[in-house]
Design a protein around this ligand. Sequence first.
Ligand SMILES: [Zn+2]
Length: 285
Amino acid sequence: MFLETPNYKFIMSTFLPSFRFLRCPLCRKDFKLSGSTLICKNKHSFDVAREGYANLFNKPIKTKYDKTLFSARRSVTLGGFFDLLAETLAGIIAVKFKGASNLTIADCGCGEGTLFAKIVNTARKKIKNIDAVGVDISKDGVKLAAGKNRDMSWIVSDLSNIALKDKSIDVILNILSPANYAEFNRCAKSGGLILKVIPERGYLSEIRRALGKPKSGGENVKKIFYENFKNAKETRITQKQKIPQALKKDFLKMTPLSWSVGAEQENIDFGGELTLDLTILQADI
Ligand SMILES: [Zn+2]
């Protein structure tokens, strides 16, 4: 019987591009690669898993994000709900780095990675050589991401101590996810870009209305972003989309956790359309 064994050479060739941006989360020294193990000068070592990701966060933690949520988010993203966002972000990157021959992009809070992969693949039509590294504290998310996207690198890492070197990244993305601006500033190259995406009032408002949840906008998050980055600017995207019946449950499963959709609400009817309403906050570093 033929057993499929992981091809480490292939996995390592896909992981290698990002290896030079990584640093040890324990002592902050550079890594050397020995086989499929990252080792720093102080002999802290981290294996690259057969799926092609490295777990650079050695304390196992419980996150609120589980496999059900990741799988729902993946279906919704593959279904095209966030395509306008992916195109707009890739467009901002292409304009900012027009004529660049290579680029490094990190998505901090990448989850299961499908949206990040869409953004990178769209940006690669304009800028050929993009090294992309997805960062998330959830091992489940990163594992899913790595399994599906071999031409990108993926690490499990804590946003308060991102395992990326100082000034190593051109574009830092942070999409519908908590931020750490001190760390983003540290990792971003001078001349780089930080792009944070926040929900606006209309975002999935049809679901919120059906659940009887109050309206909320991202004003406070926006204020904090402007306090951190005086030169910030913003782009808002709004789009109503028809939702196929088969995807409706996935939308309910991926709704913001603060709305707490219980099991009894999983069959709630929110109608046939949903609104994508997001603001992209942009800081030039
Ligand atoms: Zn170390």
